[in-house]
Write a protein that binds this ligand. Structure first.
Ligand code: NI
Length: 289
């Protein structure tokens, strides 16, 4: 499956659907067997660092920097081909991290837009969300509001709610047309793509199985970090003629000390961006963007 790149018809479909709806799914990236292999690699690494909470958190936030299997995934030709149809062939990965919902966990994600708190200056960004286990309505798959990306940036309020997986528990402060939302159901190995202004949310996991997905945030090199420090990014396709970010090399091995050091530095810088103006006692290590 991996050596079959987009046909011209599929490429047009992705670009057209994305422009109109702000998303595209489902898209076959890897086989279910390959997805199971990636999940097994993650879970083996989780077991190896389980005694060290900081390392466990870094592993879940920077898998492409700590595990060669995920460094290959963010460069996977099927993903690059699809994202290139949307924001062009020159691609950096601004971040890559897991969204894990443990069995019967109450954790959820409130309605939000991604680009609201990332301190980036444009909208040349695409999230590829790849399912490592099936994403279903029962286990809390994402929901998208078609066309909501056209509203550009809308106001959010910070709730800091306990079970909210987002950094600030941020929530869209205007009315969200939930009735029109679509469920982003994926089999393991499939991905969805969504715009940085897409209204999206997801519910708790009501099943007895773990729900695991990996969110890869691709940006065009012309994008600029306008708040916070220059983040460390991965250069995964084409050229970078801007130098707006510091590019880090792929990991030379598995769970290497030098890569944990880089992940630690990036964590500090990203915390400064995602928690800008937030009181220190509200900052949680395990929260996500
Ligand atoms: Ni999001």
């Amino acid at each position: 499956m991996n050596d079959v790149l987009c046909s011209p018809v599929i490429a047009t479909t992705i670009a057209t659907a994305y422009a109109e709806d702000g998303y595209f799914f489902p898209y076959d990236v890897i086989s279910e067997t390959e997805a199971a292999g990636l999940l097994a690699d993650l879970e083996a690494a989780e077991a190896e660092v389980a005694a060290d909470r900081a390392r466990l958190s870094m592993l879940r936030s920077y898998p492409a920097q700590l595990l060669p299997s995920f460094a290959r995934l963010i460069r996977q030709p099927r993903l690059i081909e699809a994202v290139s149809q949307i924001i062009g062939p020159d691609l950096l990965v601004w971040s890559c991290g897991f969204f894990i919902k443990e069995p019967s966990a109450k954790s959820y994600v409130s309605w939000h837009q991604d680009l609201n708190y990332w301190g980036l200056d444009g909208e040349q960004e695409v999230t590829a969300w790849l399912a490592l286990t099936p994403a279903t309505v029962e286990n809390g798959c994402m929901r998208f509001v078609p066309g909501s990306h056209e509203k550009k940036v809308v106001p959010h309020v910070d709730s800091f709610a306990q079970d909210n997986l987002l950094t600030r528990g941020q929530e869209i402060a205007i009315e969200v047309d939930e009735a029109s939302a679509v469920n982003v159901v994926l089999r393991a190995g499939q991905a969805s793509f969504h715009h940085g202004h897409m209204f999206h949310a997801s519910g708790p996991n009501g099943t007895s199985l773990r729900r695991v997905g990996v969110a890869i945030r691709y940006v065009a090199p012309s994008m600029k970090q306008v708040s916070g420090d220059k983040l460390l990014v991965s250069h995964v396709s084409g050229k970078d003629e801007y130098g707006h970010f510091d590019v880090m090399p792929p990991p030379a091995g598995r769970l290497l000390e030098e890569d944990f050091d880089r992940a630690r530095r990036n964590t500090e810088m990203k915390r400064g961006i995602l928690y800008k103006d937030v009181k220190p006692e509200l900052v949680k290590e395990t929260r996500r963007a």
